[in-house]
Design a binder for this molecule. Structure first.
Ligand code: DO4
Ligand code: MG
Length: 276
């Protein structure tokens, strides 16, 4: 089942049917029985013309967090970009450590919806999107839904000094989420692939894919660490790290179209821009 937050309200897509839900989003997604409840919805059946509706990021009052260095590809790319600064050892250590890297990423107001612009920093020369399966974890710490996240990153800023991570990662519109929440009874299949495509002037300039089973850590392990000594009164989103990183000579440009696809969730598409 997919739950969309839209300009026309909340829309539940179950099999081929659509239902309008007149509910408070934050309360709904934190229900203990979310899957069973949505399975039982039968009123509000509607037909949907997606061309007339704006799909919004499926977020309410939640914080967005992110995990890092959860795939070998991310560890290797970061070791390389921080080699000169002497930072490589930290990425190698965190990949192998029991404690994962978790960092705060965004508040809801700064998250881009599908179709909106994501920003690159004017003070950076090396920017990439990071396509990441994103967990919705409810107030009780249970993974209740999945969405797609883009953890936009400035590689030169992070590479210069790992202590610059918050500036490389956390700025207005450096995160995008969508297009929906995928709610499933069982954990998402680890055979699921994440696809990234970047187009410039309508031509593909980068394409890559990775399966979730290439991730070093389990989703429950990340959620458990995030909830240690922390309270999320509306639940929270957690990006689970990237396994796709374009080659070192690639940087995003204003106007690039970034598309991230994950089976059962859909495609998150955004255009790259400078804020000013
Ligand atoms: O260590 C820095 C951040 C890593 C990250 O965002 C990722 O691996 O996806
Ligand atoms: Mg990332």
């Amino acid at each position: 089942m997919q739950l969309f937050k839209t300009s026309a309200g909340l829309i539940l897509q179950r099999n081929e049917a659509h239902f309008i839900l007149h509910e408070d989003f934050d309360a709904l997604i934190n229900r203990d029985d979310l899957f069973e409840y949505l399975t039982s919805v039968s009123s509000g059946k509607t037909s949907v013309n997606w061309n007339e509706i704006k799909i919004l990021a499926p977020i309410g009052k939640q914080e967005v967090w992110a995990a890092g260095v959860t795939y070998l590809r991310s560890r290797d790319a970061r070791m390389e970009e921080s080699k000169e600064a002497g930072g490589a050892v930290f990425y190698s250590k965190v990949y192998n450590a029991a404690r994962p890297e978790l960092f705060f990423k965004a508040l809801p107001y700064s998250v881009a919806s599908p179709g909106e612009e994501v920003f690159i920093r004017a003070d950076s020369k090396w920017n990439v999107p990071e396509p990441e399966l994103t967990l919705f974890i409810n107030t009780k710490g249970k993974i209740a839904a999945y969405t797609i996240g883009n953890d936009m990153s400035s590689r030169d800023i992070e590479g210069e000094n790992p202590l610059y991570l918050p500036q490389a990662k956390l700025y207005y519109r450096s995160a995008a989420l969508g297009p929906c929440l995928y709610i499933t009874e069982k954990e998402i299949s680890l055979d699921t692939a994440i696809h990234l495509s970047i187009k410039r002037n309508e031509e593909a300039v980068f394409e890559g894919s990775i399966q979730l089973n290439r991730m070093k850590r389990r989703f429950t392990e990340l959620a458990e660490y995030l909830f240690r000594e922390n309270i999320f009164t509306h639940g929270c989103f957690l990006m689970t790290g990237t396994g796709i990183i374009p080659p070192n000579d690639f940087t995003l440009q204003s106007g690039d179209e970034v598309e991230i696809g994950i089976e059962n969730i859909g495609v998150l598409a955004n255009v790259v821009a400078y804020r000013i």
